[in-house]
Write a protein that binds this ligand. Sequence first.
Ligand SMILES: CC(C)(COP(=O)(O)OP(=O)(O)OC[C@H]1O[C@@H](n2cnc3c(N)ncnc32)[C@H](O)[C@@H]1OP(=O)(O)O)[C@@H](O)C(=O)NCCC(=O)NCCS
Length: 333
Amino acid sequence: MSEIASVGIRIAITGTGAYLPERVLTNDDLSTMVDTSDEWIQARTGMRERRIAREDEATSDMGAVAATRALESAGVDAAEVDLIIVATCTPDMIFPSTACHIQELIGAKNAFCFDLSAACSGFLYGIETARGMITSGVYKTVLVIGAEKMSSITDWEDRGTCILFGDGAGAAVLQAGDEGHGIMSTVMGSDGSLGDLLKLPAGGSRTPASAQTVEDRLHFTKMGGNQVFKHAVLCMSEAGQKALDLAGLEIADVDWVIPHQANMRIINAIAERAEVPLEKLCVNLERVGNLSGASVPVVLDEAVRDGRIKRGDIILFVVFGAGFTWGAMVLQW
Ligand SMILES: CC(C)(COP(=O)(O)OP(=O)(O)OC[C@H]1O[C@@H](n2cnc3c(N)ncnc32)[C@H](O)[C@@H]1OP(=O)(O)O)[C@@H](O)C(=O)NCCC(=O)NCCS
């Protein structure tokens, strides 16, 4: 297990954008597909519905719309972007990277581009990577995108997973902050020993795609839900507290907590441990489900656009995902 903490010069999020597909899949719809019910799903997860991408809509298509909206809100031209990082576990294809696809779609012809694999923690990993790149002094404007077509890796016959996930994309523009605005502290962790608890087994070099892997349904998400739940609560709680300590802040100083949107019971457990009032939580999982790497940027964009998040607000992000991976970040908006 590793956990790295850092404080440095402040790098800010100067624009955000998001995209959700049109099609809504409700709990009642799911109850016609697997043995489940609206009552069970709402009680165990807090989710009511989620969005599902069109068949011809890939992760890069959604990511490109979110990216364009983020650039517009930052007042930045696509040609000014130095680097595009796409956090995704549902890339368009194994290669080229989804980041390169998005570069082409948005016309960011001066950027270099790569994908980052940290599942549901990917967006925060991307932000931390961007922070390091901008701090190096070489790159000025970085686009970090979390985009997922989770429906493409969901086993619609597995009621333990298919109720949880949705499709969507969010993006943020990162640049040097002014007057102290920006990232105050970060804590990033990984524990590869627990990888088996949440994975997509086939389609990589370990188990290449074959007729047998398709028949065995190995191209879908496999999860030990209970174990993931426990580790998610523990890792996000501890990382959040460490990030606050590093920033020299108390939980009472925080205006907004933006957690990964995995399950309302996970979010409530974290809030209870940290004594965070529920009105300080930014939550959208009841409408969109778990968007994996896109969860945090989508809920962030919603809170910025509806005016909840104001300049100067202190935000605490906490994330957790397959790997296991996790992280926390304190940022002054
Ligand atoms: C998946 C999750 C919602 C399941 O909730 P849970 O409270 O842990 O439920 P359990 O897995 O213990 O299952 C309890 C019972 O409900 C049943 N069940 C599971 N899914 C069900 C569903 N969709 N509808 C109805 N019943 C269901 C189980 O079969 C089990 O029945 P049993 O007691 O007869 O064996 C929950 O574990 C979770 O959210 N885990 C974390 C997932 C996550 O965050 N993943 C992404 C990481 S970023």
